[in-house]
Write a protein that binds this ligand. Structure first.
Ligand SMILES: CC(C)(COP(=O)(O)OP(=O)(O)OC[C@H]1O[C@@H](n2cnc3c(N)ncnc32)[C@H](O)[C@@H]1OP(=O)(O)O)[C@@H](O)C(=O)NCCC(=O)NCCS
Length: 144
């Protein structure tokens, strides 16, 4: 997960220790995609502590060579299908991240869900010049 995040070209790289915590303590809400024995993608997230019916998707990334094959959407499918008590997905995506926005638009459409965008973390919330992270809210997820 740490390596895929490092090589993604756009994700904030968290400490290797934080990815170990996610993989160990939050394995029910995280996924990796494996191709030929190698991790080529991951999704991290958790249930919001104040509202466990909401899944917060923290990061999703796919190695450059594996992009364009809907791996990210399948990671979202896998984690949400394993969480029957969840009825909405929330995540933050920067304005310019077209690929990521396409993933969530398509995924919401496939699940008959609505996708709305509201103010999330604004630029002034970050101490390091990080750009704003609007919040995408996907509600009404259809279950197969
Ligand atoms: C966003 C990301 C996870 C999408 O993963 P993916 O498995 O390639 O997703 P998809 O196959 O559904 O493609 C989504 C969009 O990516 C773009 N795309 C397709 N092939 C691509 C490629 N080879 N390289 C770059 N982008 C590509 C297209 O816009 C596509 O939308 P479209 O199919 O409607 O044209 C991946 O691009 C990535 O890891 N990006 C860097 C990390 C990041 O920004 N993560 C999201 C923020 S947490």
């Amino acid at each position: 997960m740490w390596r895929v995040a490092r090589d993604s070209g756009s994700l904030d790289l968290n400490s290797s220790y934080s990815y170990l915590l996610l993989a160990d303590h939050f394995s029910d809400t995280c996924r990796v995609a494996v191709l030929d024995g190698r991790v080529v993608g991951f999704l991290s997230g958790y249930l919001l502590p104040r509202d466990p019916s909401r899944f917060f998707l923290w990061q999703v990334a796919v190695d450059d060579a594996a992009r364009g094959h809907r791996v990210a959407g399948r990671l979202v499918d896998s984690v949400i299908d394993g969480l029957p008590g969840v009825d909405s997905l929330v995540t933050t995506v920067t304005e310019d991240n077209t690929s990521s926005r396409r993933v969530f638009q398509r995924w919401a459409a496939e699940r008959g869900a609505t996708l709305s965008e509201v103010t999330g973390f604004e630029a002034e919330h970050f101490p390091d010049g990080h750009e704003a992270e609007p919040l995408l809210v996907i509600e009404g997820i259809r279950r197969s």
